[in-house]
Design a protein. Structure first.
Length: 541
């Protein structure tokens, strides 16, 4: 029998619109804080602690972010996003002497004392009468005065153009290493000569005038929504699951203002903020007493207690650390085995060997801690299945009873974010029937995986899609209403996802839905032949 492969024919299954949605990567964790080196306010993905060391310099005693990232990967984390924030840091300069006694001065793009650059000037393949032109090679090296190159850029046929900065600014505008600093000399830089051989193969190293800046403040970490700094540097990231902001220092906690802004930002991004227990909570009794007067509660944040003991490689001894990095890695490892909605059905995640809680939590206090929204870290698996599911920090302030539970909250965030991301590309281009087909197929897949418990298919979820087909395609809006069963039978969590132009908005809504399947155009839930009322809520689920 002839087969397609034996005839030399390649058969490839076409991906239809009903198969386009995929769940976003679970437990992708964003870290915001101070690092030894690296790009400033630019989210950078790393897949291991070695990647972090390569780009951001590794562990650094004045900052806890490096330790949090190390704990994350040690406990099973797979992907992190790093946002470097600085406070008053200054970049080093690199001076290239010109022929008229002046100099062309460049400044490193990345601030700090650990950005080691060197540059070389040559006139290779430049016409003899082109006296304003030169070639420039810039390298980042591993350490000062070494030849171990980490990154290199070469610019051909640059010109000083009689001392104007426009041409050089344009040429160096795409550089990942330097920017023009100060005036341009009237003559081109001198050829760089190796002082030992006298050959035109030497390098000039950057000056030791960089500065690492001061310890971060809450204002530095919050940053600016307009300038996309601090937490808001994550605006350009497609998605993340957790946000970790390590303490300001070993002796100072984050301020409540930072927690409030970060939790609100997580709501907008369908993510969860991982909050560290304050330094003053040394025992479970102190945690119970402290949280009552703490002044922070949010269904978009959660906490694990107590802090952890881990080996500090720089100090050579065990130290107490904030636990959020390790917790994010621990949850990422758990989700690689089973999804968030099955958290109650699998073994409770625990810290890996080498990490342990800084204090013991008596069994008699665990119920009170859970009621207050504080989860307890484990170093070994309990002999009996966990009786207390992980909680958010909503306590009694949750918008819905389900949002007090971490697994339910995270499942809702993942579901809605995946649908929004999966439909964004083509929702404005295809008929609404295809969009509905795609969303329904994704929810059917979750249903088959028992994501909605033992609900019947009709009661597990519903989908509605509506469009506004303006003459201008760029003005078209697509509105999705998605609902799925809450823990209490008869209740639903419903969300409105609006695609318009380049923006997507997600809101929690209340939908008056009959027990039967929705009907009508676009499958918007309907009551007595009329579109069901939809009441808007806050941004995000």
């Amino acid at each position: 029998m002839a087969t397609p492969s034996s005839l030399g024919i390649q058969v490839q299954e076409e991906r239809g619109p009903h198969r386009s949605i995929e769940s976003l990567a679970p437990a992708r964790t964003a870290f915001v804080g101070r690092t030894l080196r690296g790009p400033e306010n630019r989210p950078t993905p790393v897949q291991s602690f070695a990647d972090f060391q390569q780009t951001f310099g590794g562990l650094w005693q004045p900052s806890l972010l490096g330790y949090a990232v190390e704990h994350f990967f040690d406990n099973g984390g797979r992907e992190a996003l790093i946002v470097r924030v600085v406070n008053g840091a200054r970049a080093a300069t690199l001076t290239l002497p010109a022929q008229d006694g002046a100099a062309l001065v460049l400044q490193a793009l990345r601030p700090g004392t650990r950005e080691y650059l060197r540059a070389s000037v040559d006139y290779d393949n430049i016409a003899a009468d082109a006296l304003d032109e030169f070639n420039l090679t810039i390298q980042r090296v591993a350490a000062h005065a070494t030849a171990r190159v980490e990154y290199q850029e070469t610019f051909r046929n640059l010109s000083v153009c009689g001392g104007t900065a426009a041409a050089l600014d344009a040429a160096l505008g795409a550089s990942e290493l330097v920017r023009l600093f100060g005036p341009v000399p009237r003559t081109r830089p001198r050829r760089t000569v190796d002082p030992a051989t006298g050959q035109a193969s030497g390098f000039i190293h950057s000056s030791p005038d960089g500065d690492d800046g001061d310890v971060l403040t809450d204002y530095d970490l919050i940053g600016s929504a307009v300038e996309h700094t601090g937490v808001f540097a994550l605006d350009g990231v497609d998605h993340f699951s957790f946000l970790v902001i390590p303490p300001l220092s070993r002796e100072a906690d984050l301020g409540v203002a930072t927690l409030i802004v970060a939790a609100r930002y997580c709501r907008q991004r369908n993510a969860m903020l991982l909050v560290d227990p304050p330094l003053g909570w040394q025992t479970a009794d102190e945690a119970l007493a402290g949280i009552a007067a703490w002044g922070f509660a949010s269904e978009d944040a959660f906490m694990y207690f107590p802090r952890i003991l881990a080996h500090d490689k720089l100090r050579g001894r065990f130290e107490t650390f904030a636990p959020s990095g390790a917790v994010a890695g621990m949850l990422a490892r758990s989700e690689a085995i089973a999804p968030a909605w099955a958290a109650a059905e699998i073994e409770e995640p625990v810290l890996r060997p080498g990490y342990r809680p800084s204090c013991l939590v008596p069994e008699r206090l665990r119920g009170g801690l859970a009621k207050a929204g504080i989860n307890v870290l484990q170093a070994v698996r309990p002999s009996t299945p966990p009786m207390l599911p992980a909680r958010t920090l909503a306590a009694a302030h949750a918008g819905a009873a389900d949002w007090q539970h971490l697994a339910t909250r995270r499942f809702a965030l993942s579901l809605v974010a995946s649908i929004a991301a999966g439909t964004r590309e083509f929702a404005l281009k295809l008929p609404y029937q295809f969009v509905e087909m795609q969303v329904r197929a994704y929810l059917e897949h979750l249903y088959e995986a028992r994501s909605f418990g033992d609900r019947s298919r009709d009661d597990a979820f519903f989908v509605g899609v509506d469009t506004e087909d303006e003459a201008d395609p760029e003005a078209r809006r697509v509105v999705l209403i998605v609902g799925f069963a809450a823990c209490r039978r008869g209740d639903y969590h419903s969300f409105r996802i609006t695609h318009a132009g380049a923006s997507t908005q997600i809101e929690s809504v209340t939908v008056n839905r009959l027990r039967h399947r929705p009907d009508g155009p676009g499958d918007i839930p309907r009551v007595n032949g009329r579109a069901a009322p939809v009441h808007g809520g806050r941004n995000g689920p």
